[in-house]
Design a protein around this ligand. Structure first.
Ligand SMILES: Cc1cc2nc3c(=O)[nH]c(=O)nc-3n(C[C@H](O)[C@H](O)[C@H](O)COP(=O)(O)OP(=O)(O)OC[C@H]3O[C@@H](n4cnc5c(N)ncnc54)[C@H](O)[C@@H]3O)c2cc1C
Length: 342
């Protein structure tokens, strides 16, 4: 059974089957709704049902409360239409890059910290993956599982892709990265995905906040902006528990030569770190320095709780307009619902 979905305020329409998510139906038909994890965990695909009935799927109440549901709130990556619908959702510009499924060869593996591997992937000769700085790919595993990883390099030489992979012990893919993976291995990937990318149509100053390997897409954004000689003021805050978590510190410090402000923040510095820099939560350090974000654009990437706290506090306390907050939360991705093109 299929239903007609009308997006407000754009009035774009598309058709959704009763057994597919509204997000998947929209993306399949070229309506670019924002999304992140594709799994109901990050809240980036939040929209409002103005008329009609949806089935919400298994959305945790800390991402979408009962009150929000009662007021029409829905996570479009999980919600399925039960009737024709009118939904209010922010739509992204038509700029939509082709999602490809490609093989890639592991070109280089670099252990940057005990639990962080930098992977460089090379695409087959003549193949390119066009992407926007900040987007992610999915590694396609045997048996149909997929795992999301942000591209850490700026688009440009897009035959070589960089990933920053944190080891989750017991994890299907990252265990493999830290034990059996070797250079010249072949992986399969799909991409690009996601609506976390640099908004180049804005001239607002940017605050960029990364937790751990959340640096990867922030690095892509910053390196792209440097390469484009962007005049926008930029401040990067990178947080970890200990100094070892800041696995590319010398490289990030070099951005200061391009006029970018950089602040490292540790939440639990080890005695051996001899840390005299900023401590505490990374987004709290940024809030202390930028109590008024009403004229900023903010990009945040890291764990789910970090992204949720940043969204709440920047919008709630620092006057950041909600539509100037962009984030990817690194949710554990046991399943992905984002469609893959052939
Ligand atoms: C948009 C996006 C971009 C991302 N980008 C990055 C990135 O650039 N770098 C990065 O490091 N991460 C990134 N992530 C996070 C990454 O995709 C996840 O951490 C991913 O799940 C790791 O895959 P895995 O196969 O190793 O672990 P999984 O198999 O997914 O397991 C993850 C953890 O859960 C545990 N686990 C597995 N099964 C169960 C179970 N049944 N019950 C309880 N526990 C279980 C495992 O032991 C492990 O500790 C991103 C996530 C998203 C959504």
């Amino acid at each position: 059974m299929a239903f007609q979905i009308t997006v407000l305020p754009s009035q774009h329409t598309f058709v959704a089957e009763a057994d597919e998510t509204i997000l998947n139906a929209a993306l399949r038909q070229g309506v670019m709704l924002p999304y992140g994890c594709g799994d109901g965990a990050c809240g980036a695909c939040r929209g409002k049902v103005v008329s009609g009935e949806v089935e919400h799927g298994s959305v945790p109440s800390h991402v979408l409360s009962a009150q929000e549901r009662a007021a029409g709130g829905a996570l479009l990556c999980c919600a399925k239409a039960q009737s024709d619908l009118e939904i209010e959702a922010r739509e992204l510009p038509a700029q939509r890059l082709a999602v490809k499924t490609l093989p890639a060869r592991v070109h280089r593996l670099t252990l940057a910290a005990p639990d962080v591997m930098l992977i460089e992937l090379k695409l087959p000769p003549g193949e390119r993956l066009q992407f926007l700085p900040g987007q992610y790919i999915e590694i396609l595993l045997k048996g149909g599982a997929r795992r999301a990883f942000s591209l850490a390099n700026a688009p440009g030489d897009d035959s070589l892709l960089q990933l920053h992979v944190r080891h989750l012990p017991g994890g299907l893919f990252t265990d493999q990265v830290f034990t059996t993976m070797k250079e010249r291995d072949i992986l399969r990937l799909s991409g690009p995905h996601g609506s976390f990318y640099l908004r180049e149509d804005s001239a607002k100053p940017m605050l960029l906040i990364a937790g751990g390997t959340g640096l990867a897409p922030i690095k892509a954004i910053v390196e792209h902006a440097i390469g484009e000689r962007s005049a926008r003021p930029m401040a990067v805050y990178w947080g970890g528990r200990t100094l070892a978590d800041l696995y590319l510190l010398p490289l990030v410090q070099q951005w200061q030569a391009a006029g970018i402000r950089f602040v490292a923040v540790l939440s639990e510095p080890a005695a051996s770190d001899h840390w005299s820099g900023r401590s505490g939560f990374v987004h709290a350090a940024a809030m202390a320095d930028y109590p008024d974000l009403s004229r900023h654009q903010v990009y945040v990437c890291g764990s789910g709780p970090m992204v949720a706290a940043a969204r709440r506090d920047f919008v709630g306390q620092c006057h950041l307009p909600e539509d100037e907050f962009f984030a990817d939360s690194f949710e554990v991705s046991h399943a992905s619902t984002v469609p893959v093109a052939g």
